[in-house]
Design a protein around this ligand. Structure first.
Ligand code: SOE
Length: 380
């Protein structure tokens, strides 16, 4: 097994999910590479050191440029706020490093295009952490669709609902709350939550051609953690949009951080000519499936408990019937990335795939302003 030295930038929530994945992947998957937690980089040296001790990183850097210069780093993992992805990824690619980048790829499509160009030129393996594709039940949905079981697709319906920003006293900005600061995040729920829904949707149902959207910012001003001043809120707190897929199907997407009672309710349902499927993150190991071709007397929605060895990823885990969770999706992502390095079948979503999601986000945010249907830019 070849060693693959990882340099992680950022130690927040995502730094933890990624580190856990790098640490565990070889315990469960037979792979050509073994990730080595070589260095963690963050501006706050004390916090980075504490993170290194907890997760087993061998060294600490406080300047990401220095990390990228290091000869002993093979892969740069970007787990920092959205406004830093482009600069770091471009520098890492130019230095010949492999890159795994947290979602969304960039602040907008224009920035994403630059990243894709540089990555292509550098020819370095790359991936974006849209982890929900690798929930076994979601991967099973992909298999069923690709096998043609649903037939022609008519409808795609997705939601991602949260409730953690309802309080008007919650500040914006800074380490824990940069998702509320438009300068760091680029957008609100569109780039943070709908981007997940869009990534899964494109993967399952193909490209989106046009959208019409509405957004709202319910709390207009919040204290900024970095300036101490009350400042305008620039993010979308909620967003709903209609979409037309290029395969002719119609879609609705909705996301908000103001759905009291919902913490991370990502759901989707797809209705085809022969069959429908539905999935719910709060019950992530189950896939709901209805097949019209079943014998009429016993026809109905089946709740498939996706935990058996012949279902995606599950042979690598426990015994049939025992389920896995959120953190495993990141482990699957690393496993597929490492596998793809040797078999020359790069894992997805790569930067280019993530750019397509960015184009949809751009069209959604534009439509919310123009109040018109907007075309989604096509990938070149
Ligand atoms: C926001 O609360 C968030 O953590 C997103 O940033 C993640 O991408 C999503 O998976 C869960 O919610």
């Amino acid at each position: 097994m070849k060693k693959l030295n990882v340099g992680l930038i950022g130690y927040g929530f995502m730094g933890r999910t990624h580190s856990n994945a790098f640490r565990k992947v070889n315990n469960f998957f037979d792979l050509p590479y073994q990730p080595v937690l070589k260095a963690i980089c963050a501006r706050d040296g004390g916090k980075a050191k504490a993170f290194a001790e907890r997760w087993g990183y061998e060294s600490v850097e406080t300047d990401w440029r220095r990390l990228i210069e290091r000869d002993d780093i093979d892969l740069i993992d970007i787990a920092t706020p959205n406004n830093t992805h482009a600069e770091i990824a471009i520098a890492a690619a130019k230095a010949g490093k492999m890159i795994m980048c947290e979602k969304p790829l960039s602040m907008d499509g224009k920035e994403g295009e630059k990243m894709v160009q540089v990555i292509k030129k550098a020819g370095v393996p790359n991936m974006v952490w849209y982890n929900y594709r690798r929930v076994p039940a979601v991967t099973l949905a992909k298999q069923l669709i690709d096998e043609g079981r649903l037939g022609r697709i008519f409808h795609y319906r997705a939601k991602f609902l949260q409730d953690w920003t309802i309080s008007k006293d919650l500040p914006q900005g800074g380490a824990a709350l940069w998702r509320l600061d438009v300068k760091a995040a680029g957008s609100g729920v569109t780039g943070d939550l709908l981007a997940h829904c869009i990534d899964t949707a494109i993967w399952l149902n193909g490209s989106i051609g046009s959208v019409t959207a509405m957004t709202e910012t319910f709390i207009k001003e919040r204290k900024h953690n970095l300036t101490g001043k009350v400042e305008k809120v620039g993010i979308d707190d909620a967003c709903a949009f209609l979409a037309r897929f290029n395969n002719g199907s119609l879609a609705t997407f909705e996301s908000t951080r103001y759905a009291r009672g919902h913490k991370a309710l990502y759901t989707f349902e797809i209705n085809g000519e022969n069959a429908s499927i539905a999935w719910d993150l709060h019950d992530l190991h189950r896939l709901q499936y209805f097949d019209y071709r079943d014998e009429g007397r016993v026809r109905g929605w089946r709740s498939i408990h996706v935990t058996d060895g012949d279902q995606p990823y599950m042979k690598n885990w426990w015994v049939p019937g025992l389920q896995i969770g959120y953190e495993h999706t990141f482990i699957h992502q690393v496993a597929d990335f490492l596998e793809g390095l040797d078999n020359k079948k790069p894992a997805h979503p790569d930067f280019r795939d993530a750019l397509e999601t960015q184009y949809v986000c751009d069209a959604v945010l534009k439509s919310a302003k123009t109040r018109k249907w907007e075309k989604v830019s096509k990938l070149k």
